[in-house]
Design a protein around this ligand. Sequence first.
Ligand code: NI
Length: 206
Amino acid sequence: MNYQLPSVATVVPLTGVLTGSNGHYQKRIQELGGLYSDPISFEELKKLRGAQVAYEVYEYRPNNHPGDLIFGTSILYPGKVANEYFMTRGHLHAQGDRPEIYYCQAGRGVMLMENLDGGTKAVELNPNDIVYVPPYWIHRSVNVGDSPFITLFCYPADAGQDYDIIAQSGGMKSLIVSDSAGGWREETNPRYCSRQRDVIQKLRHR
Ligand code: NI
C-alpha cells in the first residue's frame, strides 16, 4: 500500500499564518465589488484603500479525494462599508451535503449562514468557539470586532465551492451591520430575492 505521509502545520496565534500550508490566497478590497449593499460607500473605500487586503486564506490540501480533509486558516481584517462590516464573499459547497467546522482563534466575528429555503442563522464567534456549518447552508464570515478575525476551518476535500449562489439571489438574506451601541445586528437585505422551488430542487440534487 502507498501510504500518504502524516504532516503537521502550525497556526501563528495573532496573525493566523499557517506554516506548513500548501496554498494561500488574498482578496483585496477592490476585488469585492457587488458584495456590499451601499455601492457608493464601497467606491469611496476602493479609491482610498482598494489595494489593501480584505481577507486571506492559508490552506493545507492533501488531495481532493472523497473522504479526505482540507483545513486552513481564514484571516478577515476589520473594517466597514457604510454600516456593514467587512465579510468574506461566502459560498455554498458545490457538493451541498458537505459540512464544515470553524474554530475561532482570535478576534470577534459572526458566521452568517443561510439555507437553500432562506432560513438564516448568525452565530457570534469569540476565541475558542467552534461553529458547525451543516450541509446545504451558505456561509460567510463577518468581522464585527476591531482586530483580525482569525478562524481555523476544516471541510471534506471533495466539497468544492459555489460562489455565484449569493449574487444570484441579490446577496444573502441578512446583512450584519453595526448598531448604535457599538455591537452588531442582523438586518434584512432589501435586494434579496428568494430562490425558486426548481432552483432549490436542482441544488439539492446536484
Ligand atoms: Ni465552506
